[in-house]
Design a protein around this ligand. Sequence first.
Ligand SMILES: O=c1[nH]cnc2c1ncn2[C@H]1C[C@H](O)[C@@H](CO)O1
Ligand SMILES: [Zn+2]
Length: 339
Amino acid sequence: MDEKVLHAIGKVELHCHLDGSLSLEMIRQLAALIGQPLPASDAELRQLVSAPPDSEDLMDYLKPFDFIRPLLQTKQALEMAAYDVIAQAAAENVRYIEVRFAPDQSTDQGLSVAEATTAVIAGLHRGMSQFDIIARALVCGMRQLPVGTTAKMFEQTAPLLTRGLVGADFAGNEAAFPPTAIKPAILRAQQLGVPLTLHAGECHEPQNIEQTLRLGIRRIGHATALYDQPALIHQFVNAGATAELCLTSNLQTKAARSLAEFPYPALHAAGAKITINTDNRTVSNTTLTREYWLFGQNFGVTLADLLAFNHTAVDAAFCTEAQKAVLHARLEKDYQRYL
Ligand SMILES: O=c1[nH]cnc2c1ncn2[C@H]1C[C@H](O)[C@@H](CO)O1
Ligand SMILES: [Zn+2]
């Protein structure tokens, strides 16, 4: 597939972390606001905020987030960060994006989780007013936090569900905190009517995907451990679940130790609902255009496949039905001239 065409076509992204997707320019602006010194060269800065090259697992991959966290502790910083991610997505013709972030990680200097979330939504709105994109927010519970803290975060952010927040996720250390460990917080979110997606199957534990399905969750971040689980794939398909695939990230976290451990071919063959995502533009040093190209190179994915995956992403999105209708029509128009 032609890279220019991959850049030009409309895209829908369901799985993108705010803190893992800041441009280097934005990192410099945010660091300047708090007087944090940074390396002068972009090459060195990029190294600081990229997945370590020798990363052996998810926890290694997550190390750059410790560096980014102090930069995202004010309303101003969160607003600027959200705008920055939307600008990057719009520049590669993403038409709809759900941006996720963990409000509890922006409370170090006294912001409330509601204030943090409101600031992110404000940045998304500023981006939407300037670019041809629809952007919505997802709040992430961090698995390693006490479930009570996360449940409270859902309670305090749920009132924003009509104002740009559309759902929630759980991120962080999946190996130590499987779905059963965070179940009370998941149930609280469900009681509050918060639509859920969940990181699962990123640490070679297919049972986490099964537990996620059993909890009634129908969007799964990564789902990598399905690659050699035909029975579970069958269950996944029958449940009508959607996989938020993130290829580059999976190779970096060693969720997939090689392409052979990436679940796309098995999921596609089984007729599973598939979407392509970046996970973290900066930490994974990628773009959605690049991810599409990699699927073409490695798995023979065609433009017609990409159109289908984008329709799937719209179907699984947490926006309104009216917005979905507009997005479906927009995608058809976008791809028409290339198919
Ligand atoms: O791929 C991931 N798996 C689990 N957690 C992740 C991944 N990428 C980012 N995170 C974490 C680190 C961030 O601070 C948090 C919220 O975006 O989500
Ligand atoms: Zn993720």
